[in-house]
Ligand binder design. Sequence first.
Ligand code: AMP
Length: 278
Amino acid sequence: MELIVAKGREDLVKARRGGAVALVPTMGALHEGHRSLIRQARVRADQVVVSIFVNPLQFGPSEDFSRYPRTFDADLDVCRAEGVDVVFHPDAAEMYASDRQVSVSAGHMGSIVEGAFRPGHFDGVLTVVLKLFNLVQPDLAVFGQKDAQQLALIRRMVADLDLPIEILGAPTVREPDGLALSSRNRYLSEDDRQVALALSRALRAGAAEFTPARVRAVAQEVLDAAGSRLATDYLALVDPATFAEVDESYAGPAVLAVAATVGTTRLIDNVTLTFNPA
Ligand code: AMP
C-alpha cells in the first residue's frame, strides 16, 4: 500500500480505513528507537499513523527548537520501509491558531524532575499529544520509555481526562555501547559521545545496587568520575507513576533518571529497577 502523507484533519479522515488505528507521535529525525515503536504499533493495529511534528510549544525560549534536526525525506523512507500507512505532518500554523487560548496543564507532576529544568515543557507535550489524539482518533498510541516522565504523564492525562485510548510503553533502544538512541545524538562529536556514555554507565551501575541510597550514591559516583565536560541537571530515583522521589523504605518498581548536557547537547536517559520489600 502507498504511504499517505496527511497535512490536516481532512486528509486524515480520507485516509481512515476502519479497523484498529495506532498512533506513534514523533518529532522526526527517525532512528531505530522510533522504528521499534512503529513495529510495536504494527503488531497491534490494522493501520499505523506516524506523526512527524517538531512541536514549538514544548521548547523553552533558550532551547534547540530552531536547530532541532529535520530530515523529512529520510523519515518518509523509514516509514515506507516499516510499512507505515499514514504520515501526519502538519504545519505549525495548522496546529496552532494564532489566537489560541486553551491548553493542557501537566500539573505538579509536570513541574518536578525534568519539568523543574524545562518549565512548560510537559504542558506543551500534553497539549500537542491531546490534539494529535483528537485529530487521528487512534485506538492505541505507542510511546518510548526513553522519555519516562512523558510516558507517565500521558498515562495520567488519559486517566484524568477519560481518553478512550490504550497507551503502550516501548523499551529504550540503545547503541551497542549503551548510549540511548536520540535524535539529538547527531549533535555529539566523537569526544562528546565518549563523555555521554557516562549516563548509561551510571544508570547501569546504580541499577545493580539494592537500596535507594546505594543506587543514588553509586550512580552519582559514575557521573562525578566523568568530569567537568558532563554537566548534570539531575539524578533522580522516583516512583514510575508519580515521579516522586522514593524513600529508603520503598518497595516496588522505580525509575532511575538522569539528565545532563555534554557540549551544547542536553541528553536524558533512565532505567527501571525493582526494590524488594525489606
Ligand atoms: P521524539 O521524536 O524524540 O519526540 O520521540 C518520539 C517517540 O520515540 C517518543 O515516544 C520517545 O520516547 C520515543 N523514543 C525516542 N528515543 C527512543 C529510544 N532510544 N528507544 C525507544 N523509544 C524512543
